[in-house]
Design a protein around this ligand. Structure first.
Ligand code: GLY
Length: 374
């Protein structure tokens, strides 16, 4: 394993969060090494639909909405600069999202949401049956309305992560040989990291290992980082009919139309530990949901079933901030369903803290200290 300089920054995890942080730090001139147990982007990121949907994922609003909306606002610039730096294209579009209703109660809820979003200046249109059908002609006959949120979008998470790692490497970052991190402790002014392949000393460590962050022992902490895997299974379909215009959701599944003409159907939400298997039960649930929403799905091709472990935190917010137990250890994990969406903001606030010593107001919401001495 290459030796990391005593003043260098070691980023643990090469999913979308670790890759975005490594790229941001190296673009700002830091000396960065990236360590993952597997090849970059092969954890939750490879399964991700890449939805950029803060107004949907944040449910009742609150701080998660604040963080998600702020990060969404960074995306145009983030992707534009990244494509230049990495020299490869990243699929990204803001075609909006359509939520469909089957019952009056859902439509009443959509009307409320449209009003709330309107007050925030976010364009959201309540659609009647005809308008919902015009927006998406292939919907099942029992759909009788919907909510269109025009600013939400999609980014191709695998190509995004590839581009982030490539841009980081072009700016001088090094990808270390794969190893799993077991223990992190303070050593002198820096940090020592014990891995399955030996031990590494670094000036600063960023723990961005997603669901696996909870398996790392941080010496002097009350407990392991409180991150738990939440399994999501998805289907990747070869779509032979007219492609959907935008992400479409009902109460049982979401559909993400990719530019290559295929369709991603997600996702289960399961407590299955670190079991990264697709199951008959999970796949069946998704088949039924997509066929009920889009009857033409009966004729689609099953290209693959996917699975990823979301890093769940005990509350809806990610865990981003300095450790109280190991002074030069920064956490950046627990992003649950919103890793891709929150990647630009996470990278920015982590780089500000690590390189400039500043504390973005977002860190007051995401501090690890809310879970004790971590
Ligand atoms: N962001 C969608 C999911 O986690 O399934």
């Amino acid at each position: 394993m290459r030796k990391v300089g005593a003043n260098d920054i070691l980023v643990i995890g090469a999913g979308v969060i670790g890759a975005a942080i490594a790229r941001e730090l190296s673009a700002r001139g830091a000396s960065v090494s990236i360590l993952d147990a597997r090849t970059p982007g092969s954890g939750a990121t490879q399964a991700s639909g890449g939805m950029l949907a803060p107004y949907t994922e944040a449910g009742e609003g609150g701080p998660l909405l604040e963080l998600g909306a702020r990060s969404l606002g960074l995306f145009d610039r983030f992707i534009g600069q990244l494509q230049q730096d990495a020299g490869i294209p990243v699929g990204y579009e803001r075609t909006g999202t359509l939520h469909v209703a089957r019952e009056d109660a859902s439509l009443a809820h959509f009307a409320e949401t449209a009003g709330e979003l309107g007050q925030l200046g976010i364009e959201a249109q309540l659609l009647d049956t005809a308008a919902a059908r015009a927006a998406e002609p292939n919907l099942a006959p029992d759909i009788f309305g919907g909510l269109l949120i025009t600013t939400q979008g999609i980014v191709a998470a695998p190509s995004l992560t590839r581009a982030l790692v490539m841009a980081a490497q072009r700016a001088g970052a090094t990808l270390l040989e794969p190893a799993r991190v077991q223990r992190i402790r303070a050593e002198g002014d820096g940090v020592r990291v014990d891995t399955t392949q030996g031990s590494i000393a670094a000036g600063t460590v960023v723990l961005a290992a997603g669901a696996w962050a909870g398996q790392v022992t941080v010496e002097g902490a009350d407990a392991a980082p409180p991150v738990k895997p939440v399994r999501g299974q998805l289907l990747h379909l070869g779509w032979t009919a007219q492609q959907l215009a935008r992400i479409t959701w009902d109460e049982r599944c979401y559909l993400v139309p990719w530019r290559d003409g295929t369709l991603l159907v997600g996702a289960t939400v399961e407590d299955a530990g670190f079991d990264e298997r697709n199951t008959v039960g999970g796949v069946r649930q998704l088949f039924e949901a997509v066929c009920d929403l889009l009857p033409l799905a009966w004729n689609a091709t099953l290209l693959s079933a996917r699975v990823g472990l979301r890093p769940g935190s005990p509350d809806p917010l990610p865990i981003i901030g300095w450790s109280s137990a190991v002074p030069r250890l920064m956490y950046a994990t627990g992003h649950y369903r919103n890793g891709v969406l929150l990647a630009p903001l996470t990278a920015q606030v982590v780089a500000d803290a690590v390189l400039d010593g500043t504390a973005d107001p977002a860190l007051a919401l995401t501090s690890p200290a809310r879970f004790g001495r971590l």
